[in-house]
Design a binder for this molecule. Structure first.
Ligand SMILES: Cc1cc2nc3c(=O)[nH]c(=O)nc-3n(C[C@H](O)[C@H](O)[C@H](O)COP(=O)(O)OP(=O)(O)OC[C@H]3O[C@@H](n4cnc5c(N)ncnc54)[C@H](O)[C@@H]3O)c2cc1C
Length: 369
C-alpha cells in the first residue's frame, strides 16, 4: 500500500512533476538552503523534509550562544591548525553571525548583545592564554575592525572563585525557539513546502532524477540537498559523526545576576541565563562514567562559580548531537550530479549555519545538468 492520491498531490510527487530541489533536514542549514533557492530560483519547486516534527537536531537543542570561539579554544586551534586557519574560522563565524542577524533582525531572534566572559580556574592555562592574547587580538583585528578580547583585571560580580577572566563585548546569545520559528515562518512566506515527520531512508538516481525513499513514499527531485549534519552517515559516507552534548536548565533562581554568557575550559563548558534560570552545558572533556555524572559535575561547576546559583534544581535536561570530524570546517560539497551535502557544523552551527545553507544552495544552482 502507498500514499493516497491526495497525499501524493500534496507532496507534488507525481512522476510528471518532480521537484527541482528537495532539502533533507530542517535545521538552520536546511532552512537557509531552501530560502536561498527560493530567493535565487523563484521558478523552482523546493521542499524540505525532516524526520522529526519538532526538530531533534542541533538547531532545536543548542544553547543559543552567538559566539566565535573563546581565547583558550582559539589558542588550541592556533597550535593545531595554525594562525591562518584559526583566523579564517573566526571570520567564517563572525560573518555568519552578521548574516543571521541581518536576515531576521535581533528582535525576531531574541538576540542580546550581552558580551561573554571566559572564566579560568587553572592559573597555568590563564597565564598561557594571557601571554597569547596580544598576538590573538592583533591577528583578529582585520576580522572585527575592533579588539575582540579584553583581560578583566577585576573578577566580575556575577562569577566567583575564578583565577582570571577574559571578556569579549562582541558575543551574545539568542532564543533558539524564536530563531527556529522565525525561519519556519520564512519558509512559509517564501512558498517552500515543509513536510515534517518524513525520514529519508534511501536515495537512488535514475535517468538524472533522484528518488528519495521515505517509508512508503518516494519523492523525485532534480537536486537533493543533504543538511542532516550529525546524522549524515546514515545516508552518505562523509567524515562526520555524532558527539553528544548535555544541557541543563535550572528552576528560576531569584539571586541570579548573570548578565553575560560564560565559556570555560576551551569552550567545553558553557553557561548563560535564560528567563531567570541558569543554563549550563557541555562537559564532554571530562572522563565521566555516564550522563548523570556529567550532570553532577556541571551543576557543581555552576554552584561553585556562578553568583546566586544555589541550590541548582534541574527543570530541563536534554542531549543533542554535534556533527564533528577531523576538520574544524564544515563539509559543503557536491557528491554526485544533483546530490549535495552541507554538514559537519561542529559546536558553532548557530554562527555558521546561515552561510553553510547558502553555500549548499549555491552548489545546486551552479550544478545544473
Ligand atoms: C547541546 C548543543 C548545544 C549547542 N550550542 C550551540 C551554541 O550555543 N551556539 C552555536 O553556534 N552552536 C551550538 N550548537 C551547534 C549547533 O546547534 C549545530 O551546529 C547546528 O544547529 C547544526 O545545524 P544543522 O542544520 O546542520 O543540523 P541539525 O540542526 O542537526 O539538523 C539536521 C536535521 O536533519 C534531520 N534528519 C537527520 N536525518 C534525517 C533523515 N534521514 N531524514 C530526514 N531528516 C533527517 C534531523 O531530524 C534534524 O532536524 C550546539 C549543539 C548542541 C547539540
Amino acid at each position: 500500500m502507498g500514499p493516497s492520491i491526495w497525499e501524493s498531490q500534496m507532496l507534488q510527487t507525481s512522476s510528471q512533476k518532480p521537484l527541482d530541489a528537495l532539502v533533507v533536514g530542517a535545521g538552520i542549514v536546511g532552512m537557509n538552503a531552501a530560502l536561498e533557492l527560493a530567493a535565487r530560483q523563484p521558478d523552482w519547486r523546493v521542499a524540505v523534509v525532516d524526520a522529526s516534527p519538532l526538530g531533534g537536531g542541533g538547531s532545536t537543542r543548542n544553547a543559543g550562544f552567538t559566539c566565535f570561539g573563546s581565547p583558550s579554544e582559539l589558542l588550541d586551534d592556533w597550535h593545531q591548525i595554525g594562525p591562518k586557519a584559526t583566523v579564517d574560522l573566526v571570520r567564517m563565524r563572525w560573518k555568519g553571525l552578521q548574516a543571521l542577524r541581518q536576515m531576521w533582525g535581533d528582535d525576531a531572534l531574541g538576540h542580546r548583545a550581552c558580551g561573554a566572559v571566559e572564566a579560568f580556574t587553572d592559573s597555568a592555562l590563564f597565564e598561557e592564554v594571557m601571554a597569547f592574547l596580544p598576538t590573538l587580538n592583533k591577528a583578529l583585528e582585520e576580522v572585527f575592525q575592533d579588539t575582540p578580547f579584553q583581560a578583566d583585571p577585576v573578577e566580575s560580580a556575577t562569577l566567583k572563585a575564578t583565577c582570571g577572566q577574559i571578556r569579549s563585548h562582541l558575543e551574545g546569545d539568542l532564543n533558539t525557539a524564536s530563531m527556529i520559528q522565525t525561519m519556519r515562518a520564512g519558509l512559509d512566506r517564501a512558498g517552500v513546502a515543509f513536510w515534517p515527520g518524513l525520514r529519508v531512508e534511501n536515495l537512488s538516481n535514475a535517468d538524472g532524477l533522484w528518488n528519495v525513499i521515505c517509508g512508503a513514499l518516494t519523492i523525485s527531485a532534480r537536486h537533493v540537498l543533504l543538511a542532516t549534519n550529525a546524522f549524515a552517515q546514515d545516508l552518505i559516507d562523509l567524515d562526520v559523526h555524532p558527539v553528544a552534548n548535555q544541557v541543563l536548565v535550572s528552576e528560576v533562581m531569584p539571586g541570579l545576576k548573570l548578565d553575560h554568557t560564560v565559556h570555560h575550559d576551551r569552550g567545553y563548558v558553557y553557561v548563560r541565563e535564560i528567563e531567570g534560570r541558569l543554563l549550563i552545558g557541555g562537559g564532554r572533556q571530562w572522563d565521566c562514567r555516564d550522563d548523570d555524572e556529567v550532570g553532577e559535575r556541571l551543576t557543581a561547576w555552576a554552584r561553585r562559580h556562578v553568583v546566586g546559583c544555589s541550590p541548582f534544581e534541574v527543570a530541563h535536561r536534554w542531549k543533542g548531537q554535534l556533527g564533528i570530524g577531523a576538520s574544524r570546517r564544515p563539509e559543503v560539497k557536491t557528491l554526485q550530479s544533483g546530490l549535495h551535502a552541507g554538514v559537519r557544523l561542529g559546536g558553532m552551527g548557530v554562527a555558521i549555519g546561515t552561510t553553510v545553507g547558502r553555500m549548499l544552495a549555491d552548489l545546486a544552482i551552479r550544478n545544473q545538468a
